[in-house]
Design a protein around this ligand. Structure first.
Ligand code: WT7
Length: 567
């Protein structure tokens, strides 16, 4: 029997109170995600249960029970407090998927500080704009990433502490740098957790929009109510499960369902901190007897490409339930997974701002391959007319997705940008910025984004950010960045540029510009192709027409070009 039982029954008289009761929380109580994910499991008799099975390069393994997680997060919290970090201070987590990332996430929350996880492949520019926005006080990082922090240090007077978790004591430390070694630190058993309340801030995740700098999505401790129940009902996590979420906690899936969802339920999870390879993934599932697996379409398409023979060479019989998030999951991938794994990937739709799953497929519910499924109980969702912002009642007619605000894990604001936050609400609906249809049975079907943001392999990239970075290259005069179709990543970044006088438009320069972006921003934001142009298409008011360039890449109709300046 699945945890959700009957979807139809659950949506009748649904109340989030149910999750509050299961977590023994009452309005006005102290609620701290760090405590829920560690101490509470120990109190419930799961102290010796395995919480984290970690594997790094070369098959190195580390294991932590819930009691180990409790002690480690206390110890990190204690260390941060000793450095003068207080509640609501921002602490950036800038690490690969090493155990310290998961453990310090909880440690930061235990002292009431705000965790700011950032993808460790970010270059110095990507890092800088996010630390600047949050006025981050401390960063916890690894030796291999510290040079990026050093390069921008002068511009960050607010950043008081750079804490290196894997320093070997050999190379000298620079300004503001200190060493913290979790294994050697004296374990703190008794720890005073900061009494955060429902609305106390917990987390800042950065997400990219079409214009402007990335936005810091602010979440609060009460978000655990949503994350707990969605993990229980959609991922169907059960006590003896071995769960594997393939996402990096630098992104929201990696915290909502790579930490909070499973651990608030006391579930064992495993983490693989190596790059993607179909073979190593199957080996990992086989070795750890993974039973619940939450992944993403790009990875799934890569697994499809790797072929079915590889699957036959591994024992994947432990798998019981599998799900996906981040980008459209094609119908073929769902049908394929049914054939090769004996079960379909259950698609889930949500975003950084929503903090938890919004539209999803449920165990026991009929799956329509290619559909995102139905709203989570308690979520009121509609497809809205693009002009009136009223729900469209006719089936299969595309419009903007709208959610009625009020679920526990909804973002509370964009950090320092209340104005943009407010613009996300129209006519009483929260607009996630995506388009969909609803069929006659109430299933949602993804149509596309309502903006120019590029979704490459499940990661959002802002064309504005890449365009701005391109302009910093000496050869580039003007730039326009759009999505280009890609078999595996669905979309990749493509740049159109005009050059400054004296530069030659050749392959060598293309490579140089690509590398420049990779280092400055990240490998995800790096254009996969750069096309040189004599001039870029612009409107009469001088705005670059990305829409036209995009249409060209996708072989689509160009549409209305009446404002195009083509003199
Ligand atoms: C955007 C959110 C929260 C997961 C990680 C991404 C797209 C997400 C689906 C899906 C089609 C999807 C949307 C959304 N997206 N899930 N199942 N089908 N598109 O979080 O970086 O905030 O991106 O990813 O466009 O708005 P994110």
């Amino acid at each position: 029997m699945s945890n959700i039982g009957s979807y139809e029954e659950r949506i009748k008289d649904f109340s989030w109170k149910l999750a509050e009761e299961e977590l023994e929380y009452k309005d006005g109580d102290v609620i701290n995600i760090g405590w829920y994910c560690s101490d509470r499991n120990c109190i419930k008799g799961k102290g010796e249960k395995m919480a984290l099975i970690w594997e790094g390069l070369g098959g190195v393994e580390k294991k932590y029970t819930f009691n180990d997680v409790r002690l480690a997060s206390n110890t990190i919290g204690h260390h941060l407090r000793g450095l003068g970090i207080k509640n609501e201070d921002r602490v950036c987590l800038f690490m690969d998927k090493i155990p310290e990332l998961y453990l310090s996430f909880l440690g930061v929350l235990k002292i009431g500080a705000i965790a700011q996880p950032l993808f460790s492949a970010f270059g110095d520019e990507s890092l800088h704009v996010r630390l600047e926005n949050a006025q981050t006080k401390a960063i916890i990082t690894q030796r291999k990433h510290v040079s990026k922090v050093r390069r921008i240090l002068e511009q960050m007077p607010y950043l008081e502490h750079i804490i290196i978790v894997d320093h070997d004591g050999k190379k000298p430390l620079k300004e503001r740098e200190t060493v913290f070694n979790l294994e050697e630190a004296e374990k703190i058993d008794e720890f005073e957790i900061f009494p955060t309340k429902a609305e106390s801030p917990s987390l800042l995740h950065y997400t990219s929009g079409t214009t402007g700098q990335p936005k810091g999505v602010k979440h609060v401790h009460y978000s655990i109510i949503s994350q707990y129940l969605t993990a229980k009902w959609v991922l169907d996590l059960q006590d003896d499960d071995i769960y594997w979420c393939t996402a990096d906690p630098g992104w929201v899936t990696g915290t909502s369902y790579g930490i909070i969802g499973p651990w608030s339920q006391g579930i064992t999870q495993c983490v693989l901190d190596t790059g993607f390879s179909a073979e190593s993934w199957y080996k990992f599932i086989e070795k750890n007897k993974v039973s619940m697996w939450y992944s993403a379409p790009t990875a799934i398409r890569s697994l499809m490409k790797a072929g079915d023979d590889l699957i036959k060479q591994h024992d994947l019989s432990s798998l019981r339930h599998i799900a996906s998030v981040g980008e459209p999951l094609n119908a073929e991938a769902v049908i394929w997974s049914e054939k090769v794994y004996g079960m379909p990937f259950y698609d889930t739709y949500w975003q950084t701002e929503t903090g938890s799953m919004m539209l999803t497929n449920y165990p026991g519910m009929k799956i329509k391959p290619g559909s995102m499924g139905k709203p989570f109980p308690g979520i009121i969702a509609a497809v809205l007319d693009e002009k009136t912002f009223e729900p469209i009642t006719e089936p299969n007619k595309p419009g903007l997705i709208g959610f009625k605000p009020g679920w526990p894990s909804m973002m509370r604001t964009y950090w320092g940008n209340e104005e943009t936050y407010k613009k996300k609400f129209v006519n009483g609906w929260y607009l996630p910025g995506d388009k969909s249809t609803i069929d006659k049975d109430g299933y949602f079907w993804f149509v596309g984004r309502d903006d120019d943001v590029i979704n490459t392999g499940g990661h959002l990239v802002s064309p504005f950010e890449v365009e701005s970075a391109l302009l910093e290259h000496e050869a580039v005069a003007e730039s326009a960045v759009v999505a280009k179709p890609d078999e595996v990543n669905m979309e990749v970044v493509k740049a159109f540029v005009t050059l400054n006088p004296g530069f030659v438009a050749d392959d060598d320069l293309e490579l140089k510009i690509m590398n420049f972006i990779r280092k400055k921003l990240s490998p995800l934001a790096m254009p996969q192709e750069i096309e040189y142009m004599e001039k870029l298409p612009k409107t009469r008011s001088g705005k670059i027409m990305r829409r036209m360039l995009r249409a060209k890449e996708w072989g689509e109709e160009i549409g209305d070009t009446s404002t195009l300046d083509d003199e």
